[in-house]
Write a protein that binds this ligand. Structure first.
Ligand code: NAI
Ligand code: MG
Length: 358
């Protein structure tokens, strides 16, 4: 019997509108090739154009509408004429927070044919997963401003660390580390300088570690971690870090593995009380939007993560294997030094999935 998964697609703004349709085409090809399941896709035209028309980034009942889907494929938000905090909080963060997608998973690997800026790096040097706390920490939205415009104006941006929030992200990270061959987890911290939240973070990490005796752990300060990613990449496997720290480290990781256009991410609600959301890590890329040259691979890989999450690992592997075949063949977009268009890379990945010549 054919299983059916209900997918919400939200292209959003800029190149999101180019890479999400490409991603859907690749997902459909993988589903057809793998067999046994089908995707029922509903597209939602939410984002900055929707805001200009309605005054909202998504309808008031947007999250209620999305809740009935099994997963969400998201493009990007961001518009040259609208404030970034409005677009981000109005759509992407509203979904992440509304669905308690507290675990942000960011795999890093070096595909064949991709040059890393890191001298001597190969596929074995760059095979990491960064687990980012996605619901609290430095991006909890807690704080305020007073005395606006006056000399004594003040703004606070308070980090929030809760026992529940830290324990649950640690468990996700430990489970993931345990599932990987090296069973090694680096806990990124800054408890030397941040004496409250980060100390709680460290204490809970040590408590949760007792539940996972097979996992070897290390505690590394975030600044040292940035250096280690560049100097000793082979010593890294699974990494867990706060919202802010992982945001920065994962951009560095993405750059080391060939750039923003390749990197995927999953915003998971691990308990599956609500749909999870899968998206490339890049933004709406004002400078290249509408040109048809956006790299769609980050979206394809995000789609593969979505299939994995839905319980279709064979189809997910078809997508990542097809990406590797296409990058190995040198069919690359301009951000990777090539000349291929979004459409050409998409057609080649679909051909690889279907077992045809590129
Ligand atoms: P960006 O990721 O949109 O672009 C940064 C640079 O990388 C640009 O030069 C762009 O052309 C290039 N780039 C990004 N993705 C690419 C791809 N797939 N193929 C080829 N080149 C690619 O980040 P930026 O410029 O800081 O932000 C632009 C807008 O996107 C802003 O409004 C920002 O708030 C928003 N943004 C949204 C995100 C999201 O929706 N998850 C994440 C990051 C930024
Ligand atoms: Mg970022």
């Amino acid at each position: 019997m054919t299983k059916r998964y209900s997918i919400a697609a939200i292209p959003g703004d800029g190149i999101g509108k180019e890479v999400v349709p490409a991603g859907l085409a690749v997902l459909r090809a993988a589903a057809a090739r793998a067999g046994g399941f089908a995707l029922d896709v509903t597209e939602y035209p939410w984002g900055s154009d929707f805001y200009r028309a309605t005054g909202r980034m998504m309808p008031e009942d947007g999250t209620a509408t999305l809740r009935k889907h099994d997963a969400i494929l998201f493009g990007a938000v961001g518009d040259p004429d609208l404030p970034d905090d409005l677009t981000l909080w109005g759509l992407r963060l509203a979904i992440c927070q509304g669905f308690d997608q507290y675990a942000n998973i960011r795999p890093i690997r070096l595909f064949p044919g991709i040059a890393s800026p890191l001298v001597g790096a190969d596929a074995a040097a760059l095979d990491w997963v960064i687990v980012r706390e996605n619901s609290e920490g430095e991006y909890a939205g807690h704080g305020g401003r007073a005395h606006r415009g006056l000399p004594e104006e003040v703004a606070t941006e308070t980090s929030i660390f809760t026992r529940t929030g830290v324990a649950r992200i640690m468990r996700v990270a430990f489970r993931l580390a345990e599932s990987r061959p090296r069973k090694h987890l680096i806990i990124v911290t800054k408890s030397n300088a941040q004496r409250h939240g980060m100390v709680l973070w460290d204490e809970i990490a040590a408590e949760v570690a007792k539940e996972f005796p097979a996992v070897r752990t290390e505690r590394v300060l975030v600044d040292a971690m940035a250096a280690r990613m560049v100097l000793k990449p082979r010593s890294i496997d699974t990494v867990v870090a706060t919202n802010l720290h992982a945001d920065i480290l994962s951009d560095l990781a993405g750059a080391l593995a060939g750039g923003l256009g390749l990197a995927p991410t999953a915003n998971l609600n691990p308990e599956r009380h609500a749909p999870s959301m899968f998206e490339p890590i890049h933004g709406s890329a004002f400078d290249i939007m509408g040109k048809g040259i956006a790299n769609p691979i980050g979206t394809f890989w995000s789609g593969a993560m979505m299939l994995d999450h839905l319980g279709e690992p064979a189809a997910a592997l078809m997508i990542t294997d097809a990406i590797a075949r296409v990058t190995a063949a040198g069919l690359l977009t301009a951000d990777l030094g090539g000349k291929a268009t979004t459409a050409e890379v998409t057609a080649a990945v679909i051909a690889a999935i279907e077992g045809r010549n590129l």
